[in-house]
Design a protein around this ligand. Structure first.
Ligand code: ADP
Ligand code: ADP
Length: 217
Protein backbone atom coordinates (compact mmCIF):
# COMPACT_ATOMS: atom_id res chain seq x y z
CA UNK A 1 0.00 0.00 0.00
CA UNK A 2 2.91 2.32 0.83
CA UNK A 3 6.11 1.66 -1.05
CA UNK A 4 9.47 3.46 -0.93
CA UNK A 5 12.04 2.67 -3.60
CA UNK A 6 15.51 4.10 -2.93
CA UNK A 7 14.05 7.31 -1.56
CA UNK A 8 16.38 10.19 -0.77
CA UNK A 9 15.22 13.56 0.52
CA UNK A 10 17.49 16.59 0.61
CA UNK A 11 16.09 19.88 1.80
CA UNK A 12 17.36 22.99 0.02
CA UNK A 13 20.74 23.86 1.43
CA UNK A 14 20.63 20.94 3.85
CA UNK A 15 22.07 17.51 4.31
CA UNK A 16 20.17 14.39 3.25
CA UNK A 17 17.29 13.99 5.70
CA UNK A 18 16.57 10.52 4.24
CA UNK A 19 19.11 8.40 2.40
CA UNK A 20 18.15 5.66 -0.08
CA UNK A 21 15.22 4.23 1.89
CA UNK A 22 13.29 1.22 0.60
CA UNK A 23 10.33 -0.31 2.39
CA UNK A 24 6.83 -1.69 1.99
CA UNK A 25 3.84 -1.22 4.26
CA UNK A 26 0.93 -3.59 3.67
CA UNK A 27 -2.74 -2.56 3.63
CA UNK A 28 -4.12 -2.63 7.16
CA UNK A 29 -0.70 -2.79 8.78
CA UNK A 30 0.14 -0.85 11.96
CA UNK A 31 3.78 0.22 11.83
CA UNK A 32 5.78 2.23 14.32
CA UNK A 33 8.49 4.63 13.25
CA UNK A 34 11.23 5.13 15.81
CA UNK A 35 14.29 7.34 15.87
CA UNK A 36 16.05 10.21 17.60
CA UNK A 37 15.03 13.81 17.08
CA UNK A 38 16.23 14.80 13.60
CA UNK A 39 16.40 11.16 12.40
CA UNK A 40 13.93 11.91 9.58
CA UNK A 41 10.62 10.62 10.99
CA UNK A 42 8.55 13.68 10.07
CA UNK A 43 10.15 13.83 6.65
CA UNK A 44 9.27 10.20 5.97
CA UNK A 45 5.63 10.79 6.99
CA UNK A 46 5.44 13.94 4.84
CA UNK A 47 6.70 11.96 1.85
CA UNK A 48 3.98 9.35 2.36
CA UNK A 49 1.34 12.09 2.53
CA UNK A 50 2.74 13.85 -0.55
CA UNK A 51 3.46 17.00 1.46
CA UNK A 52 7.14 16.74 0.49
CA UNK A 53 8.55 15.22 -2.69
CA UNK A 54 11.56 12.91 -2.78
CA UNK A 55 14.78 14.34 -4.23
CA UNK A 56 15.33 10.94 -5.86
CA UNK A 57 13.64 7.57 -5.75
CA UNK A 58 9.94 6.77 -5.80
CA UNK A 59 7.13 6.90 -3.25
CA UNK A 60 4.03 4.89 -4.21
CA UNK A 61 0.74 4.95 -2.33
CA UNK A 62 -1.81 2.48 -3.66
CA UNK A 63 0.46 2.17 -6.68
CA UNK A 64 0.25 5.89 -7.35
CA UNK A 65 3.23 8.24 -7.45
CA UNK A 66 2.06 11.32 -5.58
CA UNK A 67 5.00 13.39 -6.84
CA UNK A 68 3.56 12.96 -10.33
CA UNK A 69 -0.11 13.38 -9.41
CA UNK A 70 -1.79 16.27 -11.19
CA UNK A 71 -2.85 19.26 -9.12
CA UNK A 72 -6.46 18.42 -9.87
CA UNK A 73 -6.24 14.87 -8.52
CA UNK A 74 -4.46 15.78 -5.27
CA UNK A 75 -7.64 16.58 -3.31
CA UNK A 76 -8.93 13.09 -4.18
CA UNK A 77 -5.70 11.51 -3.07
CA UNK A 78 -5.60 13.56 0.13
CA UNK A 79 -8.96 12.33 1.34
CA UNK A 80 -7.49 8.86 1.81
CA UNK A 81 -5.19 10.29 4.48
CA UNK A 82 -5.76 11.28 8.07
CA UNK A 83 -2.88 13.34 9.42
CA UNK A 84 -1.92 14.01 13.01
CA UNK A 85 1.04 16.35 12.59
CA UNK A 86 2.58 18.75 15.06
CA UNK A 87 2.04 21.73 12.80
CA UNK A 88 -1.67 21.06 12.32
CA UNK A 89 -2.83 23.44 14.97
CA UNK A 90 -6.17 23.54 16.70
CA UNK A 91 -8.13 26.68 15.82
CA UNK A 92 -9.07 28.44 19.04
CA UNK A 93 -11.40 30.93 17.36
CA UNK A 94 -14.11 28.27 16.99
CA UNK A 95 -15.66 25.46 19.01
CA UNK A 96 -14.56 21.83 19.11
CA UNK A 97 -17.31 20.85 16.66
CA UNK A 98 -16.07 23.23 13.95
CA UNK A 99 -12.49 22.06 14.40
CA UNK A 100 -13.47 18.44 13.79
CA UNK A 101 -15.68 19.42 10.86
CA UNK A 102 -12.83 21.10 8.91
CA UNK A 103 -11.77 18.12 6.77
CA UNK A 104 -15.39 17.54 5.74
CA UNK A 105 -15.68 21.17 4.61
CA UNK A 106 -12.53 20.76 2.53
CA UNK A 107 -13.77 17.55 0.93
CA UNK A 108 -17.16 19.13 0.33
CA UNK A 109 -19.19 16.58 2.25
CA UNK A 110 -22.93 16.05 1.95
CA UNK A 111 -24.47 18.41 4.53
CA UNK A 112 -26.74 15.86 6.23
CA UNK A 113 -23.85 13.49 6.84
CA UNK A 114 -21.61 16.14 8.42
CA UNK A 115 -23.21 16.34 11.83
CA UNK A 116 -23.48 12.57 12.21
CA UNK A 117 -19.85 12.11 11.23
CA UNK A 118 -18.53 14.82 13.54
CA UNK A 119 -20.48 13.49 16.54
CA UNK A 120 -19.40 9.91 15.77
CA UNK A 121 -15.75 10.94 15.60
CA UNK A 122 -16.01 12.85 18.90
CA UNK A 123 -17.72 9.87 20.50
CA UNK A 124 -14.98 7.59 19.22
CA UNK A 125 -12.25 9.62 20.96
CA UNK A 126 -14.25 10.10 24.17
CA UNK A 127 -15.18 13.75 23.71
CA UNK A 128 -18.96 13.38 23.45
CA UNK A 129 -20.76 16.37 24.92
CA UNK A 130 -17.81 18.71 24.48
CA UNK A 131 -18.60 19.78 20.93
CA UNK A 132 -19.78 23.28 21.86
CA UNK A 133 -16.77 24.10 24.04
CA UNK A 134 -13.91 26.24 22.87
CA UNK A 135 -10.86 23.96 22.62
CA UNK A 136 -9.07 26.21 25.11
CA UNK A 137 -11.32 24.62 27.76
CA UNK A 138 -9.91 21.14 27.00
CA UNK A 139 -6.96 19.56 28.79
CA UNK A 140 -3.79 18.80 26.84
CA UNK A 141 -4.79 15.18 26.44
CA UNK A 142 -8.28 16.13 25.31
CA UNK A 143 -6.80 18.51 22.73
CA UNK A 144 -4.74 15.63 21.41
CA UNK A 145 -7.90 13.54 21.09
CA UNK A 146 -9.58 16.43 19.28
CA UNK A 147 -6.75 16.27 16.73
CA UNK A 148 -7.36 12.54 16.34
CA UNK A 149 -11.12 13.06 15.83
CA UNK A 150 -10.33 15.66 13.17
CA UNK A 151 -7.95 13.24 11.47
CA UNK A 152 -10.45 10.37 11.24
CA UNK A 153 -13.77 12.18 10.71
CA UNK A 154 -13.65 11.53 6.94
CA UNK A 155 -12.79 7.85 7.50
CA UNK A 156 -9.34 7.79 5.91
CA UNK A 157 -7.78 4.51 4.84
CA UNK A 158 -4.30 5.66 5.93
CA UNK A 159 -3.64 7.39 9.25
CA UNK A 160 -0.25 9.05 9.80
CA UNK A 161 0.64 10.30 13.28
CA UNK A 162 3.82 12.23 14.02
CA UNK A 163 4.81 11.77 17.67
CA UNK A 164 1.20 11.72 18.92
CA UNK A 165 2.33 10.64 22.38
CA UNK A 166 4.98 13.33 22.84
CA UNK A 167 4.49 15.22 26.11
CA UNK A 168 1.90 12.73 27.42
CA UNK A 169 2.49 10.69 30.55
CA UNK A 170 2.87 6.97 30.10
CA UNK A 171 -0.67 5.87 31.02
CA UNK A 172 -2.17 8.50 28.83
CA UNK A 173 0.15 7.63 25.96
CA UNK A 174 -1.09 4.04 26.20
CA UNK A 175 -4.71 5.24 26.03
CA UNK A 176 -3.88 7.09 22.82
CA UNK A 177 -2.16 4.03 21.36
CA UNK A 178 -5.18 1.89 22.28
CA UNK A 179 -7.32 4.34 20.34
CA UNK A 180 -5.05 3.94 17.32
CA UNK A 181 -5.31 0.18 17.74
CA UNK A 182 -9.09 0.45 17.41
CA UNK A 183 -8.63 2.10 14.00
CA UNK A 184 -6.24 -0.68 13.07
CA UNK A 185 -8.97 -3.17 13.97
CA UNK A 186 -11.33 -1.65 11.40
CA UNK A 187 -8.72 -1.98 8.66
CA UNK A 188 -7.03 1.42 8.65
CA UNK A 189 -3.32 1.42 7.73
CA UNK A 190 -1.36 3.31 10.42
CA UNK A 191 2.14 4.71 10.67
CA UNK A 192 2.90 6.18 14.08
CA UNK A 193 6.20 7.83 14.99
CA UNK A 194 7.74 8.29 18.42
CA UNK A 195 11.21 8.79 19.79
CA UNK A 196 10.38 6.68 22.85
CA UNK A 197 10.60 3.11 21.65
CA UNK A 198 9.67 1.58 25.01
CA UNK A 199 6.03 2.53 24.40
CA UNK A 200 5.96 0.60 21.12
CA UNK A 201 7.54 -2.51 22.52
CA UNK A 202 4.29 -3.50 24.26
CA UNK A 203 2.40 -3.68 20.99
CA UNK A 204 4.37 -6.36 19.16
CA UNK A 205 4.18 -4.54 15.85
CA UNK A 206 6.80 -3.93 13.23
CA UNK A 207 9.12 -1.08 14.15
CA UNK A 208 10.96 0.86 11.46
CA UNK A 209 14.02 2.42 13.07
CA UNK A 210 15.58 5.52 11.60
CA UNK A 211 19.03 6.83 12.44
CA UNK A 212 20.38 9.86 10.60
CA UNK A 213 18.05 9.22 7.68
CA UNK A 214 18.75 5.51 7.28
CA UNK A 215 17.01 2.37 8.51
CA UNK A 216 18.81 0.37 11.17
CA UNK A 217 18.04 -3.15 12.37
P1 ADP B 1 12.44 13.89 13.09
O1 ADP B 1 10.99 13.98 12.76
O2 ADP B 1 12.93 12.47 13.24
O3 ADP B 1 12.83 14.74 14.27
P2 ADP B 1 12.83 15.47 10.67
O4 ADP B 1 12.31 14.70 9.52
O5 ADP B 1 12.02 16.57 11.23
O6 ADP B 1 13.27 14.45 11.83
O7 ADP B 1 14.24 16.09 10.26
C1 ADP B 1 15.25 15.33 9.60
C2 ADP B 1 16.39 16.28 9.19
O8 ADP B 1 15.91 17.16 8.17
C3 ADP B 1 16.88 17.16 10.33
O9 ADP B 1 18.27 17.33 10.18
C4 ADP B 1 16.14 18.47 10.08
O10 ADP B 1 16.90 19.55 10.57
C5 ADP B 1 16.04 18.50 8.57
N1 ADP B 1 14.85 19.24 8.12
C6 ADP B 1 13.56 18.91 8.39
N2 ADP B 1 12.71 19.76 7.79
C7 ADP B 1 13.48 20.63 7.09
C8 ADP B 1 13.20 21.74 6.24
N3 ADP B 1 11.95 22.11 5.97
N4 ADP B 1 14.26 22.41 5.70
C9 ADP B 1 15.52 22.03 5.96
N5 ADP B 1 15.86 21.00 6.74
C10 ADP B 1 14.86 20.31 7.29
P1 ADP C 1 -19.58 6.69 11.18
O1 ADP C 1 -20.66 7.24 12.04
O2 ADP C 1 -18.75 7.75 10.51
O3 ADP C 1 -20.02 5.61 10.26
P2 ADP C 1 -18.64 4.80 13.16
O4 ADP C 1 -19.69 5.05 14.21
O5 ADP C 1 -18.64 3.53 12.41
O6 ADP C 1 -18.54 6.05 12.16
O7 ADP C 1 -17.21 4.97 13.84
C1 ADP C 1 -16.96 6.08 14.66
C2 ADP C 1 -15.74 6.80 14.20
O8 ADP C 1 -14.64 5.88 14.13
C3 ADP C 1 -15.80 7.37 12.80
O9 ADP C 1 -16.41 8.66 12.76
C4 ADP C 1 -14.38 7.48 12.47
O10 ADP C 1 -13.86 8.56 13.20
C5 ADP C 1 -13.81 6.21 13.07
N1 ADP C 1 -13.79 5.14 12.07
C6 ADP C 1 -14.59 4.06 12.03
N2 ADP C 1 -14.30 3.29 11.00
C7 ADP C 1 -13.30 3.88 10.34
C8 ADP C 1 -12.56 3.59 9.17
N3 ADP C 1 -12.77 2.50 8.44
N4 ADP C 1 -11.62 4.44 8.81
C9 ADP C 1 -11.37 5.54 9.53
N5 ADP C 1 -12.03 5.86 10.63
C10 ADP C 1 -12.98 5.06 11.03
Amino acid sequence: MIQFQQVTKRYPGGLDALKGLSMDIQPGELVFLAGHSGAGKSTLLKLIAGIEKPTSGTVLVNGQNLARASRGSLPYVRRHFGLIFQDHKILFDRPVYDNVKLPLDIIGFDGREVKRRVLAALDKVGLSGKEKLNPIALSGGEQQRLCIARAVVHRPSILLADEPTANLDRDYAHDILELFKSFHQVGVTLVISAHDETLMADYGRRILRLKNGQFTA
